[in-house]
Design a protein around this ligand. Structure first.
Ligand SMILES: Nc1nc2c(ncn2[C@@H]2O[C@H](COP(=O)(O)OP(=O)(O)OP(=O)(O)O)[C@@H](O)[C@H]2O)c(=O)[nH]1
Ligand SMILES: C=C(OP(=O)(O)O)C(=O)O
Length: 209
């Protein structure tokens, strides 16, 4: 079984996940509630990845002090969000401090991801130079892997197509939590129906109460 380094990107909580803002906008504590929700998504994702038997090192790329504190406590390494030129340069920066030869970039908004499905996807990727898992819509990417070659991340709108065009192999499997990234309120509902992680479930229950 291969030991993977997994890199997870996380913007500052207050500017991340703006499409989830409507969930908290009407509250008097909207700012704090939004940050808590974004942090819960990240923490559930990181906790599942750290519980994955084939993950050796987990690097979170972030400049957010609260996010850094929580993921450090969970067992992740934190590196600064450099060079401050967006998601893909941040991932390449994270990869530089991640031991090879098997590295992966994982979205930070996967509250329903389970350690065993991540392990299955990484096992499926182990024999391939570059591979990816598309999101539930089929347009985005939740996991990109590289073994012995540069990661060359192409995250962003239409990233599944961009990763395919760049030569990465599309992996398919029964990984409902791994593909269920949370961009909108509907995505969040879908993730919770699958069985959301404990932090996201608790924050959503508190927001509802
Ligand atoms: N470290 C780092 N993470 C980033 C950066 N840009 C995006 N991310 C993270 O990458 C993940 C996927 O990005 P998106 O789903 O587009 O997230 P987002 O930009 O926060 O969401 P919206 O504002 O709703 O578009 C999120 O967890 C972001 O926090 C960046 O410049 N640096
Ligand atoms: C950045 C991406 O995520 P999202 O679709 O969550 O914006 C992506 O899928 O490449």
């Amino acid at each position: 079984m291969r030991s993977w380094s997994v890199v997870v990107p996380a913007k500052r909580l207050g500017v991340a996940k703006t499409r989830l803002r409507p969930l908290t906008a009407a509250r008097p504590d909207a700012e704090e509630a939004h940050r808590e929700l974004v942090l819960a998504l990240l923490a559930d994702t990181v906790a599942a990845a750290l519980a994955c038997t084939v993950v050796d090192t987990l690097v979170v790329v972030t400049d957010d002090p609260a996010a850094a504190a929580v993921v450090t406590e969970l067992g992740a390494r934190v590196v600064a969000d450099e060079p401050d030129r967006g998601l893909n340069p941040a991932l390449e920066h994270g990869v530089r401090s991640a031991p090879g030869p098997a590295v992966a970039a994982l979205s930070s908004d996967l509250p329903a991801v389970r350690a065993d499905e991540l392990a299955a996807a990484l096992d499926a990727a182990a024999g391939t130079a570059r591979a990816f898992v598309a999101d539930a819509q089929g347009t985005g990417t939740t996991l990109l892997t590289a073994v012995d070659v540069p990661l060359r991340p192409r995250f962003g709108a239409g990233s599944a197509e961009a990763h395919l065009t760049s030569g990465a192999v599309a992996l398919a499997g029964s990984w409902p939590g791994l593909v269920r990234d949370v961009d909108t309120e509907a995505d969040l509902r879908a993730a919770l129906l699958l069985g959301g992680g404990p932090r996201t479930t608790a924050v959503v229950a508190r927001l509802a109460g």
